[in-house]
Design a protein around this ligand. Structure first.
Ligand SMILES: C[S@@+](CC[C@H](N)C(=O)[O-])C[C@H]1O[C@@H](n2cnc3c(N)ncnc32)[C@H](O)[C@@H]1O
Length: 257
């Protein structure tokens, strides 16, 4: 049977769910702060967090909203999200199973639709964006936050190659210009964009991906062997065993007309 990206996601995140609950990169970041600012939660707002994972974004939205729903199609991630919710005693939040590309909600249901650090896993991002636009109310805010490639196609290909070697469920990161076009094609007016970055440490990054030791060693070599231009683009730094690099991150606010 061929490679099924959705099954790959469920198997990848099903195995790695517990790592995400403790992952510093996902818990808090400059990008999440920008997402919350653009989402601008209000006490009467209904919000949807698409591909909620272990619920960090949904949990961050909940205190400002009337109600938040977090949807994800990996049962293990939703279980972790519910247990985190219980630990924190958050009441106005509901987690459910569902596919970003076929959201189980009526048209015009939400004031806020957020999607963070997940779009690069969707086999049909245009379809998922159309779904996010569909379930947003008129005037509603759709905030897309994801890692992105540089605009240079060679660097974009390299970043996607490294990510695929780390995580078989990776589909594609895209450059900022393409993401803006895709939001507009989904019928949203792009009102704001902000750039941030995700600093990564190699060992933590491959551990979260569940990469086997020989593959991790080859991937480390590939990153260390990148051209000086690519190393600059991804801010690759190494010292002894430590290897650090950085992905750019984009946060986009789309308004539904
Ligand atoms: C990195 S985690 C999400 C992080 C989370 N949004 C946060 O802010 O911490 C990526 C999630 O996307 C989910 N996912 C990927 N493709 C999906 C799809 N088509 N529908 C629903 N969830 C999906 C995975 O199950 C996984 O839980």
């Amino acid at each position: 049977m061929g490679h099924d990206p959705k099954r790959a996601v469920q198997s990848q995140f099903g195995r790695q769910a517990a790592w995400y609950t403790v992952s510093g990169v996902h818990k808090q970041s400059e990008g999440l702060t920008a997402l919350l600012r653009m989402a601008a939660p209000g006490s009467r707002d209904h919000a949807l967090d698409v591909a909620t994972g272990t619920g960090f974004t949904a949990l961050a939205l909940a205190p400002g909203c009337r109600e938040v729903i977090g949807v994800d199609f990996t049962a293990g991630m939703v279980r972790e999200a519910r247990s985190l919710q219980e630990t924190r005693g958050v009441k106005n939040l509901l987690f459910c199973l569902g596919d970003a590309e076929a959201l189980p909600f009526r048209d015009g249901s939400f004031d806020i639709v957020a999607c963070r650090h997940a779009a690069h896993h969707f086999p049909h991002l245009s379809r998922a964006l159309a779904e996010m636009a569909r379930v947003a109310k008129s005037g509603g805010r759709v905030v897309l936050d994801d890692t992105c490639t540089p605009e240079d196609p060679d660097f974009a290909a390299l970043m996607n190659e490294w990510e695929r070697r780390r995580d078989r469920s990776h589909v594609a990161n895209r450059p900022p210009s393409q993401l803006v076009d895709m939001l507009e094609d989904a019928g949203l007016r792009v009102a704001e964009t902000a750039m941030s970055h995700v600093p990564l440490e190699f060992e933590d990054w491959v551990r979260r991906g569940g990469v086997a030791e020989p593959d991790a060693a080859a991937l480390r070599e590939s990153i260390l062997g990148a051209s000086p231009q690519a190393a600059r683009a991804f801010r690759v730094e190494s010292s002894g065993d430590e290897l650090r690099f950085t992905w750019d991150e984009i946060i986009l606010l789309g308004i539904k007309p």
